[in-house]
Design a protein around this ligand. Structure first.
Ligand SMILES: Nc1ncnc2c1ncn2[C@@H]1O[C@H](COP(=O)(O)OP(=O)(O)OP(=O)(O)O)[C@@H](O)[C@H]1O
Length: 403
């Protein structure tokens, strides 16, 4: 360290070797017992356009198709999800965390209304508390295995939705509008917010687009002609669906029977969400390193013989290579693997020091693994390999395990 260094990088404009990078990553990890594959946020420019309805419908459709589905109701000041699903009970918890409530057809739901004593109590909290509540729905709720989580986002593009986007790793958003809104401006704002957050936009849904006369089947555009295609074209995004105003829909919401809704407007959504959205380990490439003795997971991370590196795409191993351990010096191996793009390290055992360095670099550490390295990597991708979390303290392992 230079002799002039005050260890406060803000007081100097010059770059120096000791300069520490400012961290701007506010993302929070989900509860360690949650294994959530894809997270879809439903956003709108303002309240009352059908955001909760669309969130519910998407969850119902994906649940009908056999996916494990969950709804995180982040619309804390206007929570309408429990009512639409007819949920009366209250959420429970243990010292480990909170449990969502299962709907009649098995959709896991968490909402502020499942925690308030009286669900007609207004939530008159300020923005930071609301944002924090939503964060806790992500970090403190034990969601277990979820294929698709749908988040009913707080309305608008202000402070609260922004904080939610920063803390929860959303894989894509669906923007819902209605024709009477100032659609163009609202969509532009939502698109800008998504771009700022670097979140893919899955598409637009126009709600209340028309009313179909039950007697003559004629469609009436109650709010005038739609400009949704033009707006979508301007931003190069897809129009996923146009939903009619349908008294049966509002009746289903009011009676808590949204799970029985009938309509084919969103039938193609499985294709869009399953194939086109990159999940946590989805379309993005990533690498898993397994500390090994040849083909087998080793107990001793620092003194392993080789690292089996598996390249993953669409949650599948697409390439395998074995690289020799370049040698063990404290703190060296985490940097060595990080430089090679490794995002997950699997080992039998590891010292606290090495675990901390990996964690600082955002690399997930799985310890306690045994057996064949490729099988272990495959189990991890299936969500079946959990870290025992056991740190190696034994004196004789001190050096071998990478302390
Ligand atoms: N296409 C539709 N046909 C009939 N009723 C609808 C339709 N879309 C929404 N509604 C009704 O309009 C009301 C508002 O919808 P919803 O709660 O989904 O809006 P929102 O955007 O989530 O609003 P908020 O942000 O205020 O919660 C609900 O009673 C819902 O049943």
């Amino acid at each position: 360290m230079s002799e002039n260094c005050s260890q406060n990088c803000n007081t100097h404009s010059n770059d120096c070797a000791e300069r520490k990078e400012q961290k701007t990553d506010f993302s929070e990890k989900p509860h360690e017992l949650s294994n959530i594959k894809k997270v879809i946020g439903i956003v709108s420019g303002k309240g009352g356009v059908g955001k909760s309805l669309l969130t519910s419908m998407l969850a119902v459709i994906m649940n009908r198709r056999g996916y494990k589905t969950a709804i995180l109701d982040a619309d804390v000041t206007g929570p309408s999800i429990p009512k639409a699903f007819g949920i009366q009970g209250k959420a429970t918890g243990t010292e480990l965390g909170l449990f969502p409530i299962k709907s009649k057809t098995g959709i896991d739901i968490m909402s502020i209304n499942l925690l308030l004593e009286n669900d007609t109590d207004p939530v008159v909290w300020r923005g930071p508390i609301i944002a924090n509540t939503v964060k806790q729905f992500w970090t403190d709720v034990i969601w277990s295995d979820v294929d698709f989580m749908f988040i009913d986002m707080p309305p608008g593009t202000g402070d609260v939705p922004l904080t939610v986007f920063q803390s929860i790793a959303v894989d894509g958003i669906v923007i819902v509008t209605s024709p009477q809104e100032l659609v163009s401006m609202i969509v532009s704002k939502a698109v800008k917010m998504a771009e700022m957050m670097n979140i893919p936009i899955i598409g637009l849904v126009e709600n209340m687009a028309y009313f179909k006369c039950p007697d003559c089947d004629k469609e009436y555009k109650l709010f005038g002609d739609s400009h949704i295609e033009k707006i979508a074209g301007k931003h190069n995004i897809d129009v996923l669906a146009k939903l009619p105003i349908d008294p049966q829909i509002s009746a289903a919401c009011d009676k808590g029977m949204i799970e029985l809704f009938d309509g084919n407007w969103l039938d193609h959504i499985e294709e869009v969400l399953d194939k086109k959205i990159e999940g946590r380990n989805g379309g993005k490439k990533m690498k898993i390193a397994v500390a090994s003795e040849n083909e087998m997971v080793t107990e001793h991370f620092g003194h392993c013989e080789n690292f089996n590196i598996f390249e993953v795409k669409n949650n599948q191993i697409v390439k395998s290579e074995s690289i020799p351990n370049p040698g063990h010096r404290p703190g060296f191996l985490p940097n060595f693997l990080n430089d090679r793009g490794v995002k997950v390290i699997i080992s039998g055992g590891m010292g606290r020091g090495a675990i901390d360095i990996f964690n600082e670099k955002g690399i997930e550490v799985i310890i306690g693994a045994t057996g064949n390295a490729k099988v272990a990597a495959g189990q991890y991708l299936q969500g079946n390999l959990k870290s025992t979390g056991s740190v190696c303290h034994e004196h004789q392992h001190h050096d071998e395990c990478g302390n």
